[in-house]
Design a protein around this ligand. Structure first.
Ligand SMILES: [Zn+2]
Length: 387
C-alpha cells in the first residue's frame, strides 16, 4: 500500500466543531521547493524497500502543524491545541516519532511557560486528540512501536525538552510518565534546578546539581529516557555518569573542526559510553542534507555506528522564523537564512527528511543491516533497556 494510504482521514480535533475553539491559519507541508536525493532506478527500489522493512524512529520532531504566520506561534501554543500533522506524517516512512512538545512556549496559564500544569494540559490535550485517530496513537512502550510498524500506524512518543516543569518535585516525574511522557531533557537552553543549561555560558558551568542527580535516578527508576540535548557540557558529562540506564542525546550536532558550536567529542563519547544513542539534528541552521550527513558521518566515526540515529528536529512551518523568535528570547544570533533559504534543502519537514535519509544512505552504499540500525534499530535497542 502507498504510505499516504495509512492516513484514515482524521484531522486534529475533528471531534469538535471548529467554532468550539480558536482556530489559526496553519502552514502546509512545504513552504520551500521540495528536494529529493537523486537515485537511479535500482537504488530507488532499494531505498523504498528498506524504509518499509525497517522500523523507522525519529528521536526528535515537532509532529504538528505550525501557524502559517509563525509569529502567531506563542498564541497558538497558548491555546493548548497544537494540531498533529496526521496527513503529512502518513506520507513519511516513520513508524514512531519522539514528539517534542513546545514546552517553553506553553504559556497556557503563565507568561514564561515550562510550568507543570501546562505540560500536563498540553500532553493530555494531544493525547485526547490522538485517541480519536485510527492512524496515530500515543505510544509508551517498545511493543507499541513494533505494533505501529506492523500495522502501518504511527506511534507518537510524548517528549519534553527540559525538566523545568518538575521544579523541585521528584514525584512529578512519575506524574509526567503517567500522562505519557517517555523522554525528558535535563535542561533546555536555560539552567534549572537540575543543572546548568547549554545557553548559560558565562564561564561557570556548574554541571548537574544534587537534585539533578536524584532526578536522573528517579527517571531511571520510572523508565523515562534521559536526554542531554541543550544541557551544558558538564551537565551532560555528569548525567551520563549518574545514569544507570543508557542516555539519549535526542538532537545534537557535533562540533566540527574550526567551529565553536555543537557538542564536543567528549560529550558525544560520554553518551555512547552509557550505551546510548546520539540523534543528529538539522533544525534549520545548516544549508542542506549533505551537510547534515557530514555531521552524521563525523559522529559515526567518533562513537561507532551502533550509537547514532537521526533526530532532524524539522517541522511543518517556518522553522527559521521560529528560531529567530527564540533567538531573540534567549539572546542567540539566528541569521535570516542560509544560501537564500529559510529551511534545510532536502530536510524541510519530517516528511521530506525521512524520505531523503534512507535515500542518502542507499546512495552512499550503506548495507541493509546498517540502514536498519540507523533508521530505528539503534533507538529500539536503547529503549528496550530504558523503558
Ligand atoms: Zn531542541
Amino acid at each position: 500500500m502507498d504510505l499516504a494510504d495509512r492516513w484514515d482521514g482524521y484531522s486534529a480535533f475533528d471531534y469538535l466543531d471548529p467554532e468550539d475553539y480558536r482556530t489559526f491559519d496553519l502552514a502546509g507541508k512545504h513552504a520551500g521547493e521540495p528536494y529529493e536525493v537523486p537515485l537511479d532506478g535500482a537504488e530507488e527500489d532499494r531505498a523504498e524497500r528498506l524504509a518499509r522493512e525497517s522500523t523507522v524512529v525519529s528521536l526528535h520532531e515537532h509532529a504538528f502543524r505550525f501557524p502559517a504566520d509563525v509569529e502567531e506561534t506563542p498564541e497558538y501554543v497558548r491555546e493548548g491545541r497544537t494540531h498533529t500533522a496526521y496527513e503529512h506524517l502518513a506520507e513519511s516512512p516513520l513508524d514512531a516519532v519522539f514528539d517534542m512538545h513546545l514546552d517553553g512556549l506553553s504559556g497556557i496559564h503563565t507568561k514564561e511557560g515550562w510550568k507543570f500544569e501546562e505540560m500536563v494540559h498540553d500532553v493530555g490535550m494531544r493525547g485526547c486528540d490522538l485517541a480519536h485517530s485510527e492512524f496515530a496513537f500515543q505510544a509508551g512502550s517498545v511493543e507499541d512501536i513494533r505494533e505501529a510498524a506492523e500495522g502501518d500506524r504511527l506511534a507518537l512518543v510524548p517528549a519534553i525538552e527540559s525538566s523545568m516543569p518538575i521544579e523541585n518535585e521528584l514525584d512529578r516525574i512519575e506524574v509526567l510518565y503517567g500522562v505519557g511522557v517517555r523522554s525528558m531533557g535535563i535542561t533546555y537552553i536555560e539552567s534549572n534546578a537540575l543543572g546548568t543549561g547549554g545557553g548559560d555560558d558565562f564561564g561557570s558551568d556548574g554541571g548537574l546539581t544534587r537534585f539533578g542527580a536524584a532526578a536522573v535516578e528517579r527517571m531511571n527508576d520510572v523508565g523515562m529516557a534521559v536526554s542531554v540535548s541543550h544541557a551544558s557540557e558538564q551537565t551532560t558529562l555528569d548525567a551520563c555518569e549518574v545514569s544507570d540506564a543508557p542516555v539519549l542525546d535526542t538532537h545534537t550536532r557535533p562540533r566540527m573542526a574550526d567551529e565553536d558550536r555543537g557538542a564536543s567529542d567528549e560529550t558525544l563519547q560520554a553518551v555512547a559510553d552509557t550505551g546510548g544513542v546520539v540523534g543528529i539534528v538539522a533544525s534549520s541552521t545548516i544549508p542542506d542534507v549533505e551537510t547534515y550527513m557530514e555531521h552524521f558521518e563525523y559522529v559515526r566515526d567518533l562513537v561507532g555506528i551502533d550509537h547514532v540515529a537521526f533526530g532532524p528536529d524539522v517541522l511543518y512551518g517556518d522553522h527559521r522564523g521560529l528560531l529567530q523568535w527564540l533567538g531573540a528570547k534567549y539572546g542567540l544570533d539566528i541569521p535570516e537564512g542560509i544560501g537564500g533559504r529559510r529551511y534545510v534543502k532536502g530536510l524541510e519537514n519530517p516528511t521530506e527528511a525521512w524520505h531523503n535519509i534512507p535515500r542518502w544512505l542507499v546512495k552512499e552504499g550503506y548495507t541493509d543491516d546498517e540502514i536498519a540500525k540507523l533508521l530505528g534499530g539503534n533507538v529500539l535497542r536503547v529503549l528496550d533497556e530504558v523503558w
